[in-house]
Design a protein around this ligand. Structure first.
Ligand code: NOJ
Length: 553
């Protein structure tokens, strides 16, 4: 395999949820200055790209994914001066800032929408997706939005419905309008000119809508049909995205990662690489093996390690030859991985190290989600009123309406709520985990006295210092970055073993996903142990949740 890797393939990306990162103003929510303060911390983890979830001015119905003004920083985070400083300071630490482009929808408070809704003939009248009611006055179709309920909202002013793939307060933009597309490219170029290093592009596979709106087959008790399958990756979407690439990306030193639910491996050639539209795509298959989404309500489902491994191997094998994926096991929309892939009583430190090992040694760019590097875990709050996430609140409502008891509905929320990942970052054992001197916008996880950065800095065997060792290994062994992937035991439901091959180097990674000791004798003579999640590896045995990296000579 040739070593012609781009910077974004070799680096580590860190996803920051600014609202929960670090507050420097005692206001209860994180600030840009808080991020600036922690750049040396991020540098110490080997981070070269820092993805900020949206920080634009926003009413925060969906915590920033409802953008009011793409050209302003939300005052809660600070100012454009802070942002310029973050970009400049980031560069000094070798960290490029990655902005989240939310281009499928805006907030209903965005000036564009306010103008669009005033009439059917104003200059921005076709910047959003408007449609007349059915003859009986009901919504144009029976589509269910991703957050639940009808995907259409009546606008009295214009006497038409508008489409919202997500919340009512997030009207969908109409990419068919050339003026709208130009306005979006101007936004992106404004940020390129500011010196950002790239974009994560939100919900982008939904931007092209069908030319005729027709009902889908109802798939739930509410009589609605999930819009996800009906308005996703429609024919013609690539024309828009190729135009975006030409107008925004070509010839610039930036990289793009598309959030493209539903783009399968066989479509990759159109979506990434020199002839594709993005540099990498967020891969979905492996992220939720243990739940299925049902009428906007998440139900646990049985899953086996072999299922997860097959999903991972499938995408790894594809990018052995072509294209590139981020590697991620957490983000701001998913529960914490230590509670996600393991049984309830599993050791949190060992499992955090196991997932960290996978994250940093599979082929692809590791995306660390804030707090993952210290092993942060889920919360189980006693009442739905403790939760903030719009999607959890909708899911809870759906569950209650479908006859679940409060207790069962809450159990589902505990397991799947996006707030699990959004609790404030745990910096220290101080009040509010050192996150804020004010009242945190979302409660701090009560385990902060045992899980926090300060404590882990001083413990050589902590999850945090284990992540640093993983980063050192990536720097020391090009095989872990450029090497091809080869799985050796996809059928096994207890362990995951795979190798990376590069020139004459072979590195094998062995992970015990069980809480039991297992016999493992397949370590060739002369192999060198590069890292073990225990103080020592015991020959012939894998200890519970042990992660082992060996170099085979
Ligand atoms: C995907 C984002 O990751 C999620 O947090 C958001 O709610 C939706 N897109 C809508 O923008």
């Amino acid at each position: 395999m040739k070593n012609e890797m781009k910077w974004w393939q070799k680096t580590i990306l860190y996803e920051c949820y600014p609202k929960s990162f670090l507050d420097t103003r005692a206001q209860g929510t994180g600030t840009l200055r808080g991020i600036i303060e922690k750049l040396p911390y991020l540098e110490s983890l080997g981070v070269g790209a820092l993805w900020l979830t949206p920080i634009y001015k926003s009413p925060m119905v969906d915590n920033g994914y409802d953008v009011e003004d793409y050209y302003q920083i939300d005052p809660v985070y600070g100012s454009m001066i802070d942002m310029d400083e973050l970009i400049a300071e980031g560069k000094k630490h070798g960290i490029r800032i990655v902005m989240d482009l939310v281009f499928n929808h805006t907030s209903d408070q965005c000036a564009w929408f306010k103008e669009s809704k005033t009439s059917r003939d104003n200059p921005k009248s076709n910047w959003y997706v408007w449609a007349d009611p059915k003859e009986d006055g009901s919504a144009p179709t029976n589509w269910r939005s991703i957050f639940g309920g009808s995907a259409w909202k009546w606008c009295e002013e214009r006497k038409q419905y508008y489409l919202h793939t997500f919340a009512e307060a997030q009207p969908d933009l109409n990419w068919e309008s050339p003026e709208l597309r130009k306005a979006l490219y101007d936004v992106a170029n404004f940020w390129v000119d500011k010196g950002v290093g790239g974009f994560r592009i939100d919900a982008i596979s939904y931007i092209k809508k069908p030319s005729v709106f027709t009902d889908g087959e109802p798939d739930g008790q509410d009589g609605l049909a999930a819009l996800n399958g009906l308005v996703n990756n429609m024919d013609g979407i690539l024309d828009f995205l190729n135009e975006f690439k030409k107008e925004v990306c070509e010839g610039k030193d930036i990289f793009t990662v598309g959030e493209t639910n539903g783009i399968s491996h066989d479509m990759l050639k159109d979506w990434v690489g020199d002839d594709g539209v993005f540099d990498m795509l967020i891969e979905y298959t492996h992220i939720s093996p243990e739940f299925k989404q049902n009428e906007n309500w998440c139900e646990p489902q049985e899953w086996k390690l072999s299922d997860l491994k097959k999903m991972l191997s499938a995408s790894q094998n594809v990018i052995n030859d072509f294209g590139w994926y981020p590697i991620y096991f957490e983000n701001h929309d998913k529960p914490r991985c230590v509670d996600h892939y393991f049984e309830e009583n599993a050791d949190k430190v060992l499992t955090a190290k196991l997932i960290g090992t996978m994250l940093m040694t599979l082929r692809g760019t590791p995306f660390i989600y804030q707090g993952q590097e210290i092993g942060m875990s889920n919360v189980s709050w006693p009442d739905i009123s403790c939760y903030n996430d719009i999607s959890s609140l909708e899911q809870y409502k759906t569950a209650i309406n479908s006859g679940y008891s409060k207790e069962d509905a809450l159990k589902g929320i505990h397991r799947f709520s996006r707030d699990n990942a959004r609790t404030p970052m745990q910096w220290s054992s101080d009040r509010n985990a050192g996150f804020t001197d004010g009242e945190p916008w979302l409660s701090v996880n009560e385990n902060y006295l045992t899980i926090n950065v300060d404590k882990e800095e001083n413990d050589p065997s902590s999850v945090l210092n284990y992540y640093r060792k993983l980063n050192q290994l990536r720097n020391e062994y090009p095989c872990l970055i450029s090497g091809s992937y080869k799985s050796s035991n996809d059928e096994d439901d207890q362990t995951y073993a795979y190798e990376r091959h590069y020139e004459d180097q072979i590195i094998r990674i062995i992970l015990n996903f069980t809480g039991q000791e297992l016999v493992y004798e397949d370590i060739p003579e002369g192999s060198k142990i590069l890292l073990c999640s225990y103080p020592d590896h015991h020959k012939g045995i894998l200890q519970p949740y042990e992660a082992l990296i060996i170099k085979i000579d």
